[in-house]
Design a protein around this ligand. Structure first.
Ligand code: ZN
Length: 200
């Protein structure tokens, strides 16, 4: 039995994959083994997410093709929730309960770029935890967006796929303008300082 707190520290920072790398655009495979190797992957993912200052991280973002993500993200009450969801499915509100919000959304695999994306304002994510026990997360606020974004990743969908071609071009242009700050192995190598001469 591995507790969540045992996964939050002690990992190694891994390189975050970038949009265009096949692993990010390929559906993942279900997790079947809940062993030490899985737990060390989860540890590395929590550490990598913290180093990169993200609120969620999917397996494909550390070049793994198993269906799982980690999160450490504030909800609508600014309460930070942390956890693991393995083999997740998202249940979205329908009919009158469905209300879309178009807040800014970004992805650690296209660092430095953000775009408004319309998504339902709450979501339920079901799956199993690090021990294979059922887990259900109710997401509101940013956490609702995070659960949808990370589950999309596991289907091989990046948030740019949900944009119009015009909005997607702008997102790539925003990324290109700051891409020099992110070394290829980021966040193993840290982000470089902002260079005002490049933005003059
Ligand atoms: Zn992402």
């Amino acid at each position: 039995m591995v507790e969540l707190k045992d996964l939050l520290t002690g990992g190694h920072t891994r390189r975050v994959t970038r949009w265009g790398e096949p692993v990010l655009h390929t559906p993942t495979q279900p997790v079947t083994a809940f062993d030490d190797e899985l737990h060390s992957l989860l540890q590395d993912m929590f550490t990598t997410m913290a180093t990169a200052e993200g609120v969620g991280l999917a397996s494909t973002q550390v070049d793994d093709n198993r269906s799982l993500f980690v999160f450490c993200c504030p909800d609508e009450n600014d309460e930070v929730q942390a956890g693991v969801v393995i083999n997740p499915t998202v249940i979205l509100p329908e009919g009158r309960a469905r209300e879309l919000v178009a807040d800014e959304e970004g992805c650690l695999s296209l660092p430095g770029a953000y775009s408004p994306i319309a998504r339902p304002d709450h979501a339920i994510c079901r799956g199993v935890d690090q021990n294979g026990d059922p887990v259900e997360i109710l997401g509101t606020g940013l956490l609702a967006r995070c659960l949808q974004h990370e589950t999309d990743h596991l289907s091989g969908i990046v948030c740019g796929d949900r944009l119009s071609s015009r909005a997607r071009r702008k997102l790539y242009a925003d990324h290109d303008a700051v891409a020099y700050r992110y070394p290829d192995d980021w966040p193993i190598s840290p982000k470089k300082d902002f260079d005002p001469t490049r933005h003059a």
